[in-house]
Design a protein around this ligand. Structure first.
Ligand code: A3P
Length: 312
């Protein structure tokens, strides 16, 4: 893979230059560093029916969902003080389809660990995932908070000074659909349509805001869906609460590994783990959006998602 990421950090200090590194492939945008991995996965990955996919657009709560799914599936192996989540960023606990094909193949052959994550849109998933009827968990989030989260993440990941990254510019790009794996609304629509058209119940939709307002029911839904439901005894013993606490923003963001560690260190796409944990607040967009932006994005969402019943 071409070593472009550090070059960008050193030489580029404006939002628009970073955005120039975006490519469109079959209707979806991506940063060029992830483009090749997406193509390779599409062309070569062979899913097994037992594989379970954690799917999302960036900045919708992927880190949280990965931590929860991992903690649920490994709860017989690890307890609150031995979980790898205490020493490893959740992104390294679950392999990523666009970057970790070898590890996924090894998991498929040697272990019973079924989780794989991806940001690929539904229409760009490798065919074998659909043909094998693999389970898919999809998370989405309020579009305005996603825009703000994305803006801050890209700015920090690429070291772009605030004065070189006006929010208005970032908003306009996102509004035109130009974001990692965007347009965001088409990403959601792809999974939504598939969940409606497929009668097999193999796609679970979760919403970040719903998880925040009722985490217990959503963790139970997740556990049931991925085939690891909690027993009554576990519920009584507080296992669900323990998992919720372990995976909470407060806990994960304060762990040393997530304050000072790096994800994929010494690679072109190294990211400091702390960038995955910002505020985790609903409605932070209010500090960034003008009235005009609110109208524009609300109209766009009405138009794009009308008839779905989805609320963004
Ligand atoms: P903010 O930027 O609004 O704070 P992703 O994991 O898809 O990249 O999404 C990142 C967003 O999820 C960030 O939102 C981040 O703070 C938030 N987040 C990370 N870990 C979380 C957790 N354990 N619980 C809730 N939100 C979390």
């Amino acid at each position: 893979m071409e070593n472009t990421f550090p070059t960008v950090v050193q030489q580029t200090c404006s939002w628009s230059k970073v955005m120039l590194m975006m490519q469109n492939h079959q209707g979806f945008w991506n940063h060029q560093d992830f483009h090749e991995g997406s193509l390779l996965a599409q062309q070569t990955f062979n899913a097994k029916p037992s594989d379970i996919f954690i799917c999302s657009s960036p900045k919708t709560g992927t880190t949280w969902l990965k931590a929860l799914a991992f903690a649920i599936i490994t709860r017989q192996q690890f307890n609150q003080s031995t979980s790898p989540l205490l020493t490893t960023v959740p992104h390294e606990c679950i392999p990523y389809l666009e970057k970790d094909l070898e590890q996924i193949k090894q998991n498929q052959n040697n272990t019973s660990f079924p989780l794989v994550s991806t940001h690929l849109p539904y229409t760009l998933l490798p065919n074998s995932i659909i043909a094998s009827n693999c389970k898919i968990v999809y998370i989405y989030r309020n579009i305005k908070d996603v825009i703000v989260s994305y803006y801050n993440f890209v700015r920090k990941a690429f070291n772009i000074p605030l004065e070189d990254a006006p929010f208005e510019e970032a908003f306009n790009e996102f509004y035109q659909g130009i974001s990692w794996y965007g347009p965001y609304w088409d990403h959601i629509l792809g999974y939504w349509k598939a969940s409606q058209e497929r009668a097999d119940g193999q796609i679970l939709f979760l919403k970040y805001e719903d998880m925040k307002s009722d985490i217990t029911s959503n963790v139970k839904r997740l556990a049931e869906f991925i085939g690891h439901p909690f027993s009554i005894q576990e519920e009584r013993a507080g296992v669900i609460d323990d998992i919720i606490k372990l995976c909470s923003f407060e806990n994960l963001s304060n762990l040393e590994v997530n304050k000072s560690g790096k994800h994929r260190p010494d690679t072109p796409v190294a990211i400091e783990n702390r960038h995955y944990f910002r505020k985790a607040k609903d409605g932070d967009w209010k500090k960034y959006f003008t009235d005009e932006m609110v109208v524009k994005i609300d109209e766009l969402v009405d138009e794009k998602l009308s008839g779905t019943g989805l609320v963004l």
